[in-house]
Design a protein around this ligand. Structure first.
Ligand code: SAM
Length: 233
C-alpha cells in the first residue's frame, strides 16, 4: 500500500457511497476515513448520528441531510454539486448505503446524469449475518424488510416459498415475534437463524425452526437489531 500522502486525490464530480460501522466503530475502513476527510461535503441520512461518527474520528466536514423524505429535492442539489466538480460522500445511519436505506434514488439519478459513482465498501448487516449463519452462501435472496401491511406481507412470503437459496430478511425488534409467527406458517420445517446485534457487545446467533425460536423468545424477549435467515427448501 502506498504511503497515505502519495495516494491520488479523490476524483472530482464523484459520488462516493461510504459504508460505516453497524455497531462497532473499529469496522470503519481506512479508505472510508480518507474519503470522509477529503470530500467536499457529506450527505447523511441522519446528520446528528453521522455527526457523532465524525466527532469520534475527529473529522470536520460540512454535513447535509439526505433521508427518505427529502431525497428527491436534496438529490437535485447533490447532482448540481457533482456537476460543478465537488466530491460527495453519501453515508446512511449504518452499513452500506443503498441496502434497505435511502440512497438508491440518488445513485440512480447520478448514473442517469452520467456522473461517476464509486463504492467505498465496508460493513453490511446482510453479509455479516449471512456469513455467520452457517447456511448456504452460494445462492441467497435478499428480501430486506417485508411490507408492514398484513396482506402484502403474506403475499410476499407466499412468493418466497419457491425462491431458491438462503432467504435473508431485515427486521426490527418490535416485529421479530410477528415475523417468526409468519415464518412458522410458511416455512414450518426450515431452519431459521437469528443474527442479533452483529459486531456489538451482545452479538448472538440462534438457530432453530420458527416454532423453536418462538419458544425461546417467550422465555426471554430479545432486543436489538436482527438479520433473520431462512435455510433453502
Ligand atoms: N444499510 C444497512 C446495511 O448495510 O446493513 C442496513 C440498514 S437497515 C435501515 C437497518 C436494518 O439492518 C436493521 O433493522 C437490522 O435488520 C439490520 N441491522 C443493522 N445493523 C445490524 C446489526 N448490528 N445486527 C443485526 N442486524 C443489523
Amino acid at each position: 500500500m502506498p504511503p497515505a500522502d502519495s495516494r491520488p486525490p479523490l476524483t472530482p464530480g464523484t459520488l462516493y457511497l461510504v459504508a460505516t460501522p453497524i455497531g462497532n466503530l473499529e469496522d470503519i475502513t481506512l479508505r472510508a476515513l480518507r474519503v470522509l476527510r477529503e470530500c467536499t461535503v457529506i450527505a447523511a441520512e441522519d446528520t446528528r448520528r453521522t455527526g457523532q461518527l465524525l466527532k469520534h474520528f475527529d473529522l470536520h466536514k460540512p454535513l447535509v441531510s439526505c433521508f427518505h423524505f427529502n431525497e428527491a429535492r436534496r438529490g437535485d442539489e447533490l447532482l448540481d454539486r457533482l456537476r460543478r466538480g465537488d466530491t460527495v460522500a453519501l453515508v446512511t445511519d449504518a452499513g452500506s448505503p443503498g441496502i434497505s436505506d435511502p440512497g438508491v434514488r440518488v445513485v440512480q439519478r447520478a448514473l442517469a446524469a452520467g456522473l461517476r459513482v464509486e463504492a467505498v465498501p465496508g460493513p453490511c448487516a446482510l453479509i455479516a449475518g449471512l456469513t455467520i449463519s452457517g447456511l448456504p452462501t452460494d445462492e441467497f435472496h435478499f428480501v430486506g424488510f417485508l411490507p408492514h401491511k398484513a396482506g402484502q406481507r403474506q403475499r410476499r412470503l407466499d412468493r418466497l416459498q419457491t425462491v431458491p437459496g438462503t432467504l435473508v430478511f431485515y427486521e426490527s425488534p418490535f416485529r421479530i415475534e410477528r415475523l417468526l409467527t409468519e415464518l412458522r406458517e410458511v416455512f414450518p420445517e426450515r431452519q431459521v437463524v437469528l443474527a442479533r446485534e452483529l459486531t456489538k457487545k451482545f452479538e448472538e446467533r440462534r438457530q432453530g425452526t420458527p416454532e423453536e425460536l418462538l419458544a425461546t423468545l417467550r422465555q426471554r424477549p430479545l432486543k436489538g437489531e436482527f438479520v433473520v435467515l431462512v435455510s433453502p427448501a
